[in-house]
Design a protein around this ligand. Structure first.
Ligand code: GCV
Length: 718
């Protein structure tokens, strides 16, 4: 009896110790993003790392240095499976990390290599000898560069790269690498599909959610150095003193991670609520009855507000503004130009080195009958008229973050105004957080697009990184997909898009495949079959999405407002929000004629694109129905008629989703079970949705083409 009891106690103790002392190696809910620091499975690599990293020296007293020490302590313990001594003084260590000011060893190393060209944020990582001792050194001019270098090293370890002969020199290609949150003050997120806003306004500034630190770590890992906290459809209350205190608490927290805080500002902020009420319009938070940018009282109001902000947040980044767009107020309400409005704000910010990011997402109907021409027509005449602290921030395409659109022709057409590229990480038009769509290939398509603005080689990347037109400041913005869901992004694979945005913002020359590999290895597994299978799934996923939603240049044929499912027949009343306005299906054919005999949107592009887009036979087929109204029976490059090719594209899109399901299923035994079933469930929904897209669109267009729907993969006629 006693023995039985003792055995039970022993078993219970064993169970408790196994459960609590050795938690499962991989209990995966997606929270840890790319900061998992799993123990290196490859035994040879593990031994190499253990031999190279015997001890670490990170001298320096700043908060950033403390963060580096903590991150390394955690990271190395996880990756190397043991504690590595980490010192904060002296030079003893086989891994030495610092600036010439904090570390004599780094100072000595920097005598041999110049750190000057690394600027404020760059770093070197070098296997070298200092005082005759072999060391691995991470050096930079500033602590923040050192933090970025440390994360680079942690990425190398997490992806099992060799440290032998390491000689890395890294510098961001773009200066402002910013996230745009479309988060509202009530906690909702416009176009957010991952829960509510991260920012718990009611709790701030007193209560700091630990998640803010992890947000900062994840972003610093990527080199993201700015965050716009609130929606561009800005609530003026964000500039009230009580909110500024909350924002200052976040700014203090983000600062040591190199992240500056920016705010979306409502152009009507200076207007009093009472006046607005009397005028039956939306009010501001001021005392004035105008927000005319040329009015001295308005100018002074902004100067005062800016001073108030900088008193609380000395490194405040500046304002993002959506003006005279989708009902937002702006300078045109007073017959002033976008340049007048942006420059007035920039003047207020200039003494503090703040900037204005003025959005070019405008489409006032009376500018042109064709919506996609409007931003160009409004902004190009203003080139050279903006204050030098203003960016014009433009979306990648001229319409609105469609699965595919041609490049926004503003890029290359405003050489005197720094243009900031706005990408959308959240999948507003690409299946929200239900569809697996890896966006890096899409972003690369834009970045590599040769605008020919200054002859061959004038890529979009060279415009936004300033090498082509020598912009004095350069920037990129990504509308985030982050919310308070436990896994941050809703779909586990949507984390890859946040990751890819950050990596491309730092270095747009990275390939989509390289970025996918890094992400898979850090987030899922380093097993070569797993990596290859998932990389293949990811790489074709965006093209598949284009094919099952909007192939051959179709656009904006989704459900009104929700923008999730198909709505080729949708009619919201306003002409340029109707699907039929964009696809123009009729008995003759399909597509919007934007050629020189149509709306002439082609004229906004540089030669030779202008001529190529204009000509039905030279227009790249991925943009065919964007630029041309094509007859149902006209032949395409495939040899098929437009109608048959359209059917084939829709079917190939849905087939790809089937293939992704097959590929993912083959990995069931190799990936974490929670991740496996989370993704599997979403892929099944994607399959259903893709088929709905295909069938709804083809059946709708069939009413015009009067031709049978052909599935080229089964030869069924429908
Ligand atoms: C923030 C599209 C979206 C809107 C968004 C707008 C913009 O129209 O549907 O939700 O508003 O773009 O970028 O300003």
């Amino acid at each position: 009896m006693r023995n039985k009891f003792m055995r039970q106690v022993f078993l219970l103790l064993l169970f408790l110790s196994l459960t609590f002392l050795c938690p499962p190696a991989f209990a995966e809910d997606g929270y840890n993003l790319w900061l998992k620091y799993q123990k290196v499975e490859n035994e040879n690599r593990l031994q190499e790392y253990r031999q190279v990293i015997l001890s670490v020296s990170v001298p320096g007293k700043s908060q950033t240095c403390r963060i580096i020490r903590d991150e390394l302590k955690n990271g190395l313990r996880g990756l190397l499976g043991k504690d590595i001594p980490i010192g904060n003084s002296g030079e003893a260590g086989s891994l030495i990390i610092g600036t010439p000011r904090t570390s004599r060893a780094i100072e000595k190393m920097s005598a041999g290599i110049s750190l000057d060209r690394l600027g404020k944020e760059g770093y070197v990582i070098k296997a070298t000898k200092i005082d005759g001792k072999s060391v691995l050194a991470i050096g930079a001019n500033n602590d923040i560069g050192v933090l970025y270098g440390t994360f680079h090293l942690l990425r190398l370890l997490q992806t099992h790269q060799s440290l032998a002969h390491l000689d890395v020199n890294s510098n961001p290609k773009i200066q402002y690498r910013i996230l745009n949150h479309w988060d509202n003050l009530d906690g909702s997120v416009e176009r957010g599909y991952a829960g509510k806003s991260l920012w718990k306004w009611d709790d701030l500034p007193g209560k700091i959610d630990h998640r803010y630190y992890d947000y900062a770590r994840a972003n610093a890992f990527l080199g993201i150095n700015g965050t716009v906290l609130n929606n561009v459809n800005a609530n003026p209350n964000i500039l009230r003193p009580e909110y500024l205190k909350k924002i200052a608490a976040l700014a203090d927290l983000f600062r040591p991670y190199g992240i500056r805080v920016f705010l979306s500002a409502n152009f009507s902020s200076p207007i009093s609520a009472q006046f607005a009420f009397e005028q039956n319009r939306k009010g501001g938070i001021g005392t004035l009855n105008t927000s005319d940018p040329l009015n001295p009282e308005v100018q002074q109001w902004w100067k005062n507000k800016v001073k108030e902000i900088y008193d609380l947040i000395p490194d405040f980044g500046g304002f993002l503004v959506k003006a005279n767009s989708e009902g937002m107020p702006g300078p045109q309400d007073y017959q002033r130009t976008h340049a007048d409005g942006a420059s007035m704000l920039a003047e207020a910010l200039e003494p503090y080195h703040g900037i204005v990011m003025w959005r070019a997402f405008v489409y006032t109907a009376d500018v042109d009958a064709d919506r996609v021409k409007r931003a160009y027509k409004e902004f190009v005449p203003l080139d050279g008229k903006f204050h030098h602290h203003v960016f014009v921030q433009a979306k990648n395409g001229p319409l609105d973050f469609q699965p595919r659109e041609p490049v926004q022709p503003l890029f290359g057409a405003m050489p005197k105004t720094p243009l900031m590229l706005e990408l959308q990480i959240t999948q507003e038009y690409l299946g929200h957080s239900t569809h697996l769509v890896y966006l890096a290939p899409m972003w690369k398509e834009y970045l590599q697009f040769d605008t020919h603005a200054m002859g061959q080689g004038s890529t979009l990347a060279s415009i936004i990184d300033g090498t082509l037109e020598h912009y004095p400041m350069t920037g990129i913005a990504g509308v985030t997909n982050i919310g308070d869901d436990r896994n941050w992004c809703g779909h586990f694979f949507a984390q890859a898009n946040w990751y890819a945005y950050g990596r491309l913002a730092w270095d747009h020359s990275l390939t989509s495949e390289e970025i996918a590999d890094e992400w898979i290895r850090m987030s899922i597994s380093s097993d070569s079959v797993v990596v290859r299978t998932i990389r293949l799934m990811m790489m074709g996923s965006r093209e598949a999405c284009v094919n099952y939603m909007t192939p051959l240049g179709l656009h904006h044929i989704m459900q009104a407002d929700f923008h999730y499912g198909p709505g080729p027949q949708h009619d919201t009343g306003r002409e340029d929000w109707r699907s039929t306005y964009y696809h123009r299906a009729d008995s003759i054919g399909l597509g919007f004629d934007r050629s020189s005999t149509g709306s002439n949107a082609v004229s906004q592009y540089c030669s030779p694109w202008r001529e190529m887009f204009d000509n039905r036979t030279t227009c790249p087929e991925e943009y065919l129905l964007w630029f041309h109204h094509v007859g149902w029976s006209e032949p395409l490059k495939s040899g098929k008629t437009l109608w048959n090719d359209l059917c084939a594209k829709y079917y190939s899109g849905t087939k790809y989703v089937d293939e992704m399901i097959g590929a993912w299923s083959s990995l069931e035994a190799s990936v974490d079970p929670e991740i496996y079933s989370h993704v599997k469930t979403r892929l099944e929904q994607q399959k259903t949705d893709a088929a709905i897209w295909r069938d709804t669109c083809l059946k709708y267009f069939q009413k015009f083409s009067k031709k049978p729907i052909i599935n080229p993969f089964s030869n069924n006629l429908r």
